[in-house]
Design a protein around this ligand. Structure first.
Ligand code: NAD
Length: 275
């Protein structure tokens, strides 16, 4: 399958490989989204805090690909948590995107010190009922955060978008999510590029005649994860999507399993992050 999808707990399907656009200004986002849709992607991951929702919307319209064929995710920023604030922030995101619905709306971080993520989650439930967010989920939630919103609202998120790459494989959190029907989506899937020169990865790439980035994206796909590699370079954007013509073998998987490191986190720890 050249465009595999994962079926979410609400019955909707998300394309397994999407384009990440963090740290991409509006202009760059227009071009990156156009390049990605031309290369076959049908999934884009942005956030209010990335300040490029306008560019993403513009790229989408410029691509000529029908709106309903593209899966668009955006996220609620921490300063906008709370029931009413989240509803207002969502309207602002839709306005910047120039869309009348998003496919997926996520709470970007649990921000546990604010203790507003349950109220925010209730707002997302309402947005889903209104059909303006077709699916709703979370990002950077621990197993405890997931269990709390399910216990208090009865509504599980369709997915949890978390830092996940060969050096930080998140086995326990993936298993906790799976128990609740929560799919896992990998952010910084290439370790922000730092994993591309790892000797275990370059050896596998050489063996298959593929690039290190392709080996890592392929590993996420074969692991049942949703994956959103970021690039603004059209050739690399295309390369990162061209992962359906080869497969990893048991030796490759064992070598990548060996890279997992409990201290391999690159980004903030959601339980201690101060924002
Ligand atoms: P990534 O792991 O996708 O790495 C991106 C970097 O790798 C690029 O900037 C580039 O330097 C390099 N790269 C990409 N493709 C390459 C290729 N084919 N060859 C060589 N180098 C290549 O890092 P990321 O941007 O941190 O994560 C991806 C996406 O995840 C983001 O754009 C964003 O959408 C999402 N994200 C979400 C959160 C969150 O809190 N929810 C946090 C970080 C990132």
């Amino acid at each position: 399958d050249a465009r595999p999808t994962i079926t979410l707990s609400d019955g909707r399907r998300i394309p397994q490989v999407g384009l990440g656009v963090w740290q991409t200004p509006d202009d760059g986002a227009v071009e990156a989204v156009r390049a990605a849709l031309a290369a076959g992607y049908r999934h884009v991951d942005t956030a209010a805090i990335y300040s490029n929702e306008r560019g993403v919307g513009e790229g989408l319209r410029a691509s000529g690909v029908p709106r309903e064929d593209v899966f668009v995710t955006t996220k609620l920023w921490n300063d906008d948590q709370g029931y009413d604030q989240a509803l207002r922030a969502f309207d602002a995101s839709l306005g910047r995107l120039g869309l009348d619905y998003v496919d997926l709306y996520l709470i970007h971080w649990p921000a546990p010190r604010r203790d507003l993520y349950v109220d925010s989650w209730r707002a997302l439930i309402r947005l889903r009922e209104e059909g303006r967010a077709r699916s709703i989920g979370v990002s950077n939630f621990t197993a405890d955060h997931l269990r709390r919103i399910v216990a208090e609202t009865g509504v599980p998120p369709v997915l949890n978008q978390i830092e996940l790459h060969p050096r930080f494989q998140q086995g326990a959190l993936r298993a906790a999510g799976a128990k609740l029907g929560v799919a896992t989506e990998s952010w910084s899937p290439l370790g922000q590029g730092r994993l591309l020169a790892d000797p275990a990865i370059t050896a596998i790439a050489a063996k298959h005649g593929r690039t290190p980035a392709q080996v890592i994206v392929r590993w996420h796909v074969e692991s049942g994860l949703i994956v959103i590699p970021k690039s603004v370079n059209p050739a690399r954007i295309a390369e990162n999507f061209d992962v359906f013509g080869f497969a990893l073998d048991a030796d490759d998987r064992a070598a990548i399993a060996g890279l997992d490191d409990p201290d391999g986190r690159i980004g903030p720890d959601p339980t201690t992050a101060t924002f």
